[in-house]
Design a protein around this ligand. Structure first.
Ligand SMILES: O=P(O)(O)OC[C@H]1O[C@H](O[C@H]2O[C@H](CO)[C@@H](O)[C@H](O)[C@H]2O)[C@H](O)[C@@H](O)[C@@H]1O
Length: 375
């Protein structure tokens, strides 16, 4: 039987026309029989063609609920853990690492590539600076990580680029000297002027491309709260310019019910789009703006719009970070680092396994900078 390999889900769909594309450029691999699918590396799942076709069941007014649920399952760690670790999967992991080597192991080469250029740092928050935890309100970053980021910002312009709203991420990071691009880059603020150690000084506003959407997002947030309240474990967050619905703590048996609830709210809002992150649905305005655009905006604001004297480094773990990795790849400037233990389809050039490796990498950057002769 022919089966397909489906990588960690990559759903990009509007609330009106669902387009599910779990299959990505390098992740469709036709298999000759079921047993061969046992040889997949961790992070990949196999879905048979029969099952794939079943996903296309048209239910609920043309919406492909089953495909959403399969995609939610595919990103579940319990499913990933249950994958066999065979020699073949190890080989595939090794080949992925060859294509996306450890940024720690390649540190010297990376620094050599930066030459005399100005390094600018872009850091995602969840899963990059803080470990993934069940409760998004408790995703604290360690004091060690905070001290490291503080030192980093003394060496290079540094920005946090996150799906969270700025106020929430600031409460975790607590560093006024950074740039922040919150709500998936739709709220960009610069370092506070007149920084005080004891009092938070407001960051200075740089750009809010989706400000017209704030009342709509608030309305949708309230409806989602109401609609999903019967589903135990759901958490809905309001990020001002976007909103998220978490299913990390929702029983798998309730996932299709949750998809129906979310979609029933969103069908009234054709100008919003629904995407999926790490056990979370993200609801965002359908505008041409993402973390990649925010990165470009910040480079421009820093005076590097048309300069090739800049070396941006973007570190992130999520699908939404891919927009930024792609911008760097297309510009041929700097590079992206994906934080992942598993092979994933990515435009990043390098990889790091987890936030503790991210911290090691940032520390090495600081040490390297301190050793450079001052001009
Ligand atoms: O762009 P990011 O900074 O990576 O933000 C993306 C989402 O991060 C948060 O959710 C994720 O982290 C939570 C805490 O570890 C975890 O419980 C959740 O399952 C993850 O998806 C945040 O709560 C979301 O609102 C962000 O969209």
């Amino acid at each position: 039987m022919v089966s397909f390999v489906v990588e960690k889900p990559q759903i990009m769909s509007s609330s009106q026309n669902v387009v599910v594309s779990e299959t990505t450029r390098s992740s469709i691999i036709p298999k000759m029989n079921d047993s061969s699918s046992q040889k997949l590396p961790p992070g990949f799942i196999s879905i048979s063609k029969k099952k794939l076709l079943k996903n296309i069941d048209i239910i609920n007014g043309g919406q492909r609920i089953n495909a959403w649920v399969d995609s939610m399952r595919a990103s579940s760690p319990t499913h990933l853990k249950s994958l066999p670790s065979s020699l073949a999967s190890q080989q595939q992991l090794n080949s992925w690492i060859m294509q996306h080597p450890s940024a720690l192991e390649m540190f010297e080469q990376i620094m050599e590539a930066s030459g005399e250029k100005q390094i600018v740092m872009f850091l995602d928050y969840d899963g990059t600076l803080s470990p993934i935890v069940d409760n998004p309100d408790r995703a604290f970053m360690s004091s060690k990580m905070r001290r490291t980021v503080k030192k980093l910002a003394k060496c290079f312009p540094t920005a946090i680029v996150t799906g969270r709203c700025i106020d929430k991420v600031y409460n975790f990071v607590k560093l006024a000297e950074l740039y922040y691009a919150g709500s998936h880059g739709m709220d960009i603020k610069g370092p506070a002027k007149g920084f005080s150690r004891h009092k938070r000084v407001k960051q200075s506003l740089l750009y809010q491309p989706a400000s017209d959407y704030v009342p709509m997002i608030d309305e949708v947030y309230r409806q989602l709260l109401e609609k999903t309240k019967s589903t135990p474990g759901v958490k809905v967050e309001n990020h001002k310019f976007c909103t998220s619905v978490h299913f990390r703590c929702v029983d798998e048996k309730k996932w299709s019910e949750l998809v129906l609830q979310v979609r029933s709210v969103l069908k009234e809002y054709p100008t919003l789009k629904l995407t999926q992150g790490r056990k979370v649905f993200e609801i965002r305005p359908m505008i041409e703006w993402d973390k990649g655009k925010a990165l470009e905006f910040l480079l421009e604001s820093l005076g590097f719009g048309n300069s090739n004297n800049v070396f941006p480094i973007y570190i992130g773990d999520d699908r939404t970070d891919e927009d930024a990795f792609k911008v760097l790849r297309d510009r041929g400037e700097g590079f992206g680092i994906l934080v992942s233990k598993f092979p994933k389809d990515t435009d990043a050039s390098y990889s790091l396994k987890d936030p503790s490796e991210v911290m090691d990498f940032l520390r090495r950057l600081v040490e390297w900078k301190q050793m450079q002769p001052r001009i």
